[in-house]
Design a protein. Sequence first.
Length: 94
Amino acid sequence: MALLITTKLFIGNTTMYGINEAVVLGHLGANPEVKTFDDGGKIVTLSVATSDSWIDKSGQKQESTEWHRVVLRGGTANTAEKFLKKGSKVYIKG
């Protein structure tokens, strides 16, 4: 996924630009949801689970799962629809 989000910051009379980027490495919790439009365009929504585990102070293993909703379009959406399914491991950067 190639997604670039820029942020414009104003400090005094100076304009500064920042780049926000996220990396998500996880597994799909469901098959991709595909929406096709009249003009042939597609949007694919993914539900991606990421997990973290640690040992707490009492020596017990703890685990936490977070869910991320990722929306793809264009060629990336077509590829995701074709190759991804529930349980697929994905690396998304954007």
